[in-house]
Design a protein around this ligand. Structure first.
Ligand code: GLU
Length: 307
């Protein structure tokens, strides 16, 4: 009998140090896995090496350790998984779900309309390349309406052709796309439940579509609200989010629990991390998380979370 039927994960991209937004995703995925006696795996999404910041992967692991996270098994690194992505693409090529695309960025920009996540590919290369053209990227035909039930956000539906268009699996620069990598890795790691930020809600139907085409099991999804700054922008490297402060780990963990609707007692605000974790293990409840795509901004949290 399989011991752990719940396998969750946290999958940071090493584009900079962890910030409050990533802490919230780590806390939610960790506590949900542990409260269901599951495993919590770690995957370093260092797929896009040009965007990677040297040393960030190690610093993320160190920060997670300082904050008291314990992950199961070895960390998976996407940079070591090229063969698996190539095999998945090959599988899709055999089944003719994907096609080579010779269009340049400019050609697409000139004739495409906007979808919910970038431009919708106008379909020029769908019926094959002309002689003399060569493949720049590989795209998958996106022809399905995907419906799924998110454990936090409720029932979601997306018409891939109308909202997204044929999307890229292998980019013109030779890199495999995030959408393909994440699906191949979630399957390889046996992930049964995905708890992550709602900024990825619109990517989920693409990932489910790929799971269907590759014959993978569909995990259950729970998308937590995204932490924003006072301007309403998602906390990220681009919006200059502050790195987590290891010297204030208790305070930041307390605030993450507060952001996640868990009502940690004010008395625990400055208590040792282990006490706060103990409280969190005993009291974690996913249904307290706000059912919105974005949550309170960081200023509100810092003010509101004051005892
Ligand atoms: N690597 C992604 C990020 O840091 C998360 C991917 C995922 O959870 O599917 O935003």
């Amino acid at each position: 009998m399989v011991k752990n039927t719940y396998i969750g994960r946290f999958a940071p991209s090493p584009t900079g140090p962890l910030h409050f937004g990533s802490l919230v995703a780590a806390v939610a995925s960790f506590l949900e896995a542990k409260s269901r006696e599951g495993l919590w795996l770690l995957r370093m999404e260092d797929l896009d090496q040009p965007r990677e910041v040297p040393g960030a992967a190690d610093s993320i692991l160190k920060t997670l350790e300082v904050f008291g996270f314990k992950w199961d098994g070895a960390v998976m690194y996407q940079s070591q998984r090229q063969q698996a992505y190539a095999a998945a693409l090959h599988h899709l090529q055999q089944d003719h779900f994907v096609y080579p695309c010779a269009c340049t960025r400019k050609e697409i920009a000139d004739s495409a309309i906007h979808g919910i996540d970038g431009l919708i590919y106008p379909g020029k290369c769908r019926d094959g390349l002309l002689s003399g053209q060569h493949a720049r990227a590989w795209r998958i035909r996106a022809e399905a309406t995907i419906t799924f039930n998110d454990a936090i956000q409720g029932s979601m539906s997306q018409d891939l052709a109308r909202d997204i268009g044929d999307f890229v699996l292998k980019r013109a620069d030779g890199l495999f796309a995030y959408q393909l990598a994440v699906v191949v890795d979630d399957a390889e790691q046996g992930i049964s439940h995905i708890v992550r930020g709602a900024d990825l809600l619109d990517s989920t139907p693409r990932q489910i579509y790929l799971q269907q085409k590759l014959g993978f099991r569909q995990p259950q999804y729970a998308h937590i609200p995204v932490a924003t700054n006072a301007q309403g922008e998602k906390l990220s490297k681009q919006t200059l989010a502050l790195a987590l402060n290891a010297n204030e780990a208790s305070k930041e963990l307390w605030q993450a629990l507060y952001f996640l609707g868990q009502h940690p007692p004010a008395a625990l605000r400055d208590s040792p991390l282990s006490e706060l974790w103990r409280w969190a293990y005993e009291n974690w409840n996913l249904s307290y998380v706000a059912k919105t795509r974005s949550g309170q901004d960081i200023d509100e949290i810092q003010t509101g979370a004051k005892p």
